[in-house]
Design a protein around this ligand. Structure first.
Ligand code: DGL
Length: 261
């Protein structure tokens, strides 16, 4: 349930370029039901993944500053692109704050299919980033294909995650892989909302991996380490930079409705 923000408290701040990070927020709430979450979606500036690095850094800094203004006790960067490009800068800027960034779930995919065929779908900025090269070097695999998906974030932002338009987009992108992938790593937090469409195109046999649940567990571990977990009543507050009123409705839908079944 989304409530209006009325006062400063020790929320866990969460941000993304738009509505995609709500896929991580859902995992955070499931993992820590007693916490209060303040989610900021920067839909006015989405997508980030096709922007220059400097601009992504500036946007990530703006988002963190906004959340810090609400006394958040931790920040979860629920955006693979912002993590890939700006997490070091954020940690340098706020050295006393717990800052967790989502990363593509390469490790579990490689462990599950050490000899299989894998692909990672993400934004151009994530796929070009050094962080991904490092993650791939730590989890070597001889058959991991990179699939950039510019344009997909815009469809999710438009509320078209499960639609003929998404099917057409994904057919164009993924038809060469249909029936041939053991696993697909969803390297952008918008993509879990398009799971039905992805399955229609790739088939049911491909296992989908996303980093949301792992990010939530890591957040809980880091808060527990500092004795910062709350025992109170959980709450979710969502704010967004877009003036478009339909965005809040979309946020509610993405937060509450089943998008896998
Ligand atoms: N949800 C963001 C991510 O995880 C989308 C980036 C974008 O806005 O292009 O990468």
């Amino acid at each position: 349930m989304v409530k209006k923000l009325t006062e400063k408290t020790d929320y866990i701040g969460v941000f993304d370029s738009g509505v995609g990070g709500i896929s991580v927020l859902r995992e955070l709430v499931a993992c820590m039901p007693n916490e209060r979450f303040l989610y900021f979606g920067d839909s006015a500036n989405a997508p980030y993944g096709t922007k220059p690095k400097e601009q992504i850094c500036q946007l990530a800094l703006n988002n963190a500053k906004l959340l810090m203004g609400y006394n958040v006790k931790a920040i979860v960067v629920a955006c693979n692109t912002a993590t890939a490009v700006a997490i070091d800068l954020l940690r340098q800027t706020y050295p006393d704050t717990i800052i967790i960034g989502i990363e593509p779930a390469i490790k579990p995919a490689v462990q599950r299919f050490p000899n299989g065929t894998l692909a990672i779908m993400a934004t151009p900025a994530t796929l070009q980033g050094e962080k991904l090269q490092r993650l791939m070097a730590q989890n070597p695999h001889s058959n991991l294909v990179k699939i950039p998906a510019p344009g997909m974030v815009e469809l999710v932002e438009a509320g078209l995650s499960d639609s003929p338009q998404m099917d057409a987009f994904l057919h164009n992108l993924l038809d060469p892989y249909a029936g041939r992938l053991d696993g697909l790593i969803l390297g952008c937090t918008h993509y879990p909302f398009a799971v039905r469409s992805i399955r229609r195109v790739l088939g049911e046999q491909t296992v989908l991996f996303d980093g949301g649940a792992g990010t939530a567990r890591e957040t809980r571990r880091r808060l527990a380490e500092k004795d910062l977990l709350s025992q109170g009543k959980g709450e979710v507050v969502i704010i967004n930079s877009s003036a478009d009123k339909s965005v809040m409705q979309l946020c509610n839908t993405l937060l509450t409705e089943d998008h896998h079944g």
